[in-house]
Design a protein around this ligand. Structure first.
Ligand SMILES: Nc1ncnc2c1ncn2[C@@H]1O[C@H](COP(=O)(O)OP(=O)(O)OP(=O)(O)O)[C@@H](O)[C@H]1O
Length: 790
């Protein structure tokens, strides 16, 4: 008897295992004042009064606390909590929440509540209620009122559902709940709400708010509470109706559709409702036939034994396959199958008539009850053909296609997907969308997957804020998959479809942060200081290449739509890591094995030895184009490219748009294309205009870019130098433009007027506080790390 698939011990958790641990509900009772106001969606700047002191002390200037644990959960051991580093010393101050709260929390924190119902009028249908309200969270009764509001909405809609005679015997239950802090630029901590009562909300809201303030002390934020409710029939509609029929119908109606592989599955949350001891008992009780004597006559206690044996899902799955009850009991009691040890084909032949054929029939649908859970584990899993990943396609309404393509690369396609709420706790917003990259398993495609995954595996541990790291990966039916957070778009599309945000100090600081971030991301590949596993720890470095840097592979994560996005390096299919003895570290490195994709950004050495400077050249090309987009009128990028093409030698009628050319007849002499030098001059002239400080910074950046265009690879700056100099420029920009926070806090500081909405992402006018997180894109923990991560 086989228990589980070999892969099930790995991080894509088999469904038998519970989803990742969730915080437990506290036992505190709240009192709070929560007035509703639908009036405004404007954000509120809070006074950063964030000091740690005795409650009796006079207020002092804000100092961010050293530890996020400064506000311990109420209702635990004490109502006091300590702040600052303990390090063996006695803490100077003891603070209590009640004293500190008014000083930590803003006067009014906006709270948005989303309640979604999967109502059952034939097909599921969702409703949302958004309460944009200004709340004085410092006044504890707020939470109580919020709770009342939720309950009010719930009971109204419950009534609506239950008034329909069709819905007699329906129970409404919560599928998912989360409490999330959303900042103007970052997403903060979130918690899953187990129960929707006021105590839990208060607890989690305060914890998350405080965590957020600790991470981003000066950033405005709001609180978002998402509650998803569903309904299920747990009692037959007619008084004499059969439980067996009701369960079968419910399960069929709750089977998830639009799975990315067209596999049906029953989401865990519904499954758990329909496999309760009560339902099993009712099915056993209504069974008209006598059961074998060894099971006794007390069917109620028999149902309890089935639950104790951990076989309730198996029992219900068998019921759905119309299996005779005594055969189901035979599988559970004689074969000792249960939810953790499922029947499998090829198990010992059973002498009992119809046992084998029934198991065969059962297996066709069994995996639908055991869809996996998805965790951010960074691992690669092997799945059996019939295992179910709870991943759904997102239909593309404009094309009528059942999936939404995000990109098509040389080795596979990338599509937008969602994950069933009850099978992941990856983000605070259960409606988030993800990007799924597929590679077919022949020849080069499989090799590309292996290369990409082995790069990602190392990068996953580093979690650089400017590198797109994956969530998890698996191989099934000879197709390789990598699940990623979903970006808004790539830099190529952004530069085409969005105008420059304008050359204000705020935007210059933003651009330099992105350049510095990308260079620093590349540095973490070029100089991966991590010791190679299994090697003599002191003697080896791991270092690598990207070798496919281009605007298509810079993904943009727009935390708040229409605002300045974060640039991240992606697509490691051409990259490779090498292990090198430390004493060889400054010697020329080995070549990467693969080059692919667009040639435009290849350095002149591309036919020969391509090493780390090859990435520096390509990164400089990206910076150069981004600077053209940033500083010159919108059509200049296209003109720059066509000029480069015109300057190509047109061998065999083929035009290239490299940044360099071979000059003379067959001569080995290489020079920058005149278009590049022309644009350098044009940019220089343009950047010198306007305020001196901004001009100086941008010219400094331009000079640095040009240094990276040295024809001889060894003359280009190393990534470390690039980072140091960008860091310096960025720091200067941030000191000069201390008000850079305005880039997100005032509409005038917003980025990228949309040129056209060809990628569906426009609108900078809408205030971010009116948007739901599903309209934004991912931020994963790496986004919360410092942007000067090294
Ligand atoms: N996480 C993501 N979120 C949103 N879009 C994405 C994501 N990953 C990739 N894409 C889109 O898909 C395109 C192709 O992805 P990617 O570069 O990873 O594929 P590829 O097969 O390696 O491409 P190529 O070999 O041509 O560089 C990207 O340019 C981007 O537009």
């Amino acid at each position: 008897m086989v228990a589980q698939t070999p892969s099930s011990s790995q991080g894509v958790t088999p469904s038998q295992r519970p989803p990742p641990a969730r915080p437990s509900a506290p036992s505190h009772t709240s009192t709070a004042n929560f007035e509703e106001s639908n009036t405004s969606t404007t954000q509120h700047h809070r006074v950063p009064s964030f000091s740690v002191q005795k409650a009796s002390d006079p207020p002092v200037e804000a100092v961010a606390p050293k530890s996020p644990g400064y506000l311990s959960p109420r209702g635990h051991h004490s109502r006091s909590s300590s702040v600052g580093s303990t390090s063996g010393r006695e803490l100077p101050f003891e603070i209590t929440e009640d004293e500190l709260l008014p000083r930590i929390l803003p006067e009014d924190t906006e709270c948005k509540l989303r309640i979604t119902f999967d109502v059952r009028d034939g097909k599921p249908n969702q409703r949302q209620f958004i309460f944009p309200s200004r709340k004085a969270w410092v006044a504890p009764p707020s939470y109580e009122q919020l709770y009342q509001q939720i309950i009010g909405q719930l009971s109204t809609h419950k009534k609506e559902i239950l008034q329909n005679p069709q819905n007699l015997g329906i129970e409404v239950y919560r599928r998912h709940g989360s409490c999330l802090v959303v900042g103007a630029r970052h997403e903060g901590p979130y918690s899953v709400i187990e129960d929707y009562d006021a105590e839990v909300l208060e607890q989690k809201a305060i914890q998350n708010i405080c965590g957020f303030i600790h991470l981003y002390p000066f950033e405005p934020f709001r609180l978002e509470i998402c509650l998803h409710f569903s309904s299920i029939r747990k009692t037959p509609q007619e008084p004499d109706g059969k439980y067996f029929r009701m369960v079968t119908n419910e399960i069929n109606s709750k089977m998830s559709d639009n799975n990315f592989l067209d596999q049906e599955f029953l989401p865990r949350i519904h499954r758990d409702q329909l496999t309760s001891a009560h339902i099993i008992e009712q099915i056993l009780v209504e069974e008209p036939r006598h059961l074998p004597e060894r099971f006794g006559t007390d069917r109620k206690s028999l149902s309890r034994v089935i639950v104790e044996k951990g076989a309730s899902i198996l029992f219900i799955a068998c019921v759905c396959r119309y299996m005779e009850i005594d055969l189901i009991l035979h599988l559970i009691f004689e074969h000792k199958y249960n939810d953790a040890s499922l029947p499998q084909l090829g198990d010992d032949a059973c002498p009992k008539a119809s046992c084998d054929s029934s198991v065969k029939n059962l297996l066709k649908q069994l995996k639908a009850f055991f869809a996996r859970s998805i965790e951010c584990d960074g691992k690669r899993h092997g799945l059996e053909d019939d295992e179910v990943m709870p991943i759904m396609n997102i239909p593309n309404c404009s094309t009528g296609s059942k999936e939404t393509k995000l990109g098509e690369g040389s080795y596979g396609s990338v599509t937008a997907v969602t994950i069933d709420h009850s099978h992941h706790y990856l983000t605070g917003d259960p409606d988030r969308t993800f990007a799924l990259k597929k590679f077919t398993d022949h020849g080069d495609f499989a090799a590309s997957f292996v290369r990409e995954f082995s790069m990602l595996e190392r990068l996953f541990r580093k979690k650089h804020p400017h590198i797109v790291t994956h969530i998890t990966s698996w191989t099934q039916r000879n197709v390789h998959y990598i699940l990623y957070p979903r970006a808004t778009r790539n830099l190529r599309i952004h530069m085409k479809s969005h105008r420059s945000p304008g050359r204000s100090g705020v935007n210059v600081a933003w651009l330099l942060r992105q350049f510095n971030g990308l260079a620093s991301g590349l540095r973490s590949i070029h100089e991966m200081t991590e010791e190679a596993p299994g090697m003599n720890q002191n003697n080896h470095f791991v270092y690598g290449y990207h070798h496919d840097i281009k605007p298509e592979n810079i993904l943009l994560f727009e935390h708040v739509e229409g605002r300045n996005p974060v640039f991240k390096l992606s697509d490691f299919g051409a990259g490779k890591f090498h292990i090198m003895p430390k004493n060889h570290f400054n010697k020329p490195s080995q070549q990467s094995s693969q080059l692919r994709g667009t040639l435009s950004y290849y350095g002149p050495e591309y036919r020969g030895s391509k090493t780390r400077p090859f990435d520096i050249w390509a990164l400089a090309c990206v910076f150069f184009e981004a600077t053209i987009w940033f500083a010159l009128p919108h059509n200049h990028l296209a003109i720059f490219q066509s000029l480069r093409e015109e300057e190509s030698r047109q061998i065999f009628g083929w035009r290239d748009d490299f940044y360099w050319r071979e000059c003379g007849n067959g001569s080995a002499k290489i020079e920058l294309r005149p278009a590049v030098t022309e644009y350098f001059a044009l940019l220089g002239g343009e950047l010198a205009k306007g305020p001196d400080e901004i001009g100086r910074l941008l010219l400094g950046m331009l000079d640095l870019i040009m240094e990276c265009f040295k024809i001889q690879p060894q003359e280009r700056p190393k990534v470390g130098e690039l980072c140091d100099r960008l860091d310096e420029l960025q720091k200067k920009a941030e000191t000069l433009f201390k008000n850079f926070e305005r880039e997100v806090s005032t509409p005038s500081g917003s980025s990228g007027h949309s040129v056209k909405s060809n990628d569906g992402n426009v609108s900078e006018s809408e205030d971010f506080f009116t948007r739901s997180p599903s309209q934004r894109n991912h931020t994963f923990p790496e986004d919360q790390a410092s942007h000067r991560h090294r």
